[in-house]
Design a protein around this ligand. Sequence first.
Ligand code: FAD
Length: 309
Amino acid sequence: MSVLVIAEHDNQSIKPATLNTIAAAQKIGGDIHVLVSGKACGAAAEQAAKAAGVAKVLVADSDSLGDQLAENLAAQILAIAGNYGHILAPATSVGKNVLPRVAAKLDVAQISDIISVESADTFTRPIYAGNVIATVQSSDSTKVITVRTTAFDPVATEGGSAAIENLSAAADSGKSTFVSREVAKSDRPELTAAGTIISGGRGMGSAENFSVLNPLADKLNAAIGASRAAVDAGYAPNDWQVGQTGKIVAPQLYMAFGISGAIQHLAGMKDSKVIVAVNKDPEAPIFGVADYGLVGDLFDVVPQLTEKL
Ligand code: FAD
């Protein structure tokens, strides 16, 4: 049977997480269909059709689908779910909101946050903040799966030429209404898609001190992240938090300044390709996962590093 991937998009373009999810679908095997459900979402559908490995793009276009309300998107997925053996979405806020509804309606088990596909019915997923990897085998006829995007390299954005097919849109459930959205604006790359991340922890000492990281992030075109302690202390905004209860990231380069390396922080960044840690405590656990560690005061190190770069 074919695999259905739920595209995450803003009606204009598909989010990179969709490309990682298509890569996970490829490991399952079979034709890959991508559902683009939105309002005036033709541009996003065209982009999905160009992604490598996609056989067909299904487009559901209506006013009630424009804001990705979970109830309406779930209804759209359920309208076609019977054609698929697997339904995949990225384990993002949208995917985590929608797919459990789909699984419940289909009366199957939701399989969350997979990091590998062992076979068409067997997957691995981290539990206990990544300290244990569970192997999960499902005998359900439809497997409803969210994908940890950092565990799968994205497919190419170009190279595909999938057919685009229009679906009739599911009726508005009327159960929820879109009110407003506040999107944090930043000139920096988005945290979960950035190739380089500069993160600060409680060791930064204050919100003002956090700005020490800006010139370094500018030099490296990096996103800025933070530990939960830094966020809770008001040094950094919520959406910068990396970790178990923050964002899961796996950039090419992750630099941690004044972060001790609690397991809940490591759960969000330990799959980064190269980890650099600067901490004045030589016993800090972050050095256990760091490829390069420097024992020193970040307020000396960061300006020197920025100048050298
Ligand atoms: P600290 O542990 O206080 O470490 C600060 C470090 O800075 C120290 O190692 C110190 O040596 C160093 N330092 C101080 N001054 C300097 C200086 N001038 N130069 C260099 N180094 C310096 N945490 C997360 O980060 N993300 C999460 O998603 C998350 N989720 C959680 C979920 C749960 C259920 C729980 C219970 C906890 C969670 N935490 C999370 C919190 C986590 O346990 C730690 O408390 C937190 O990560 C600590 O942040 P920190 O390393 O910045 O602070």
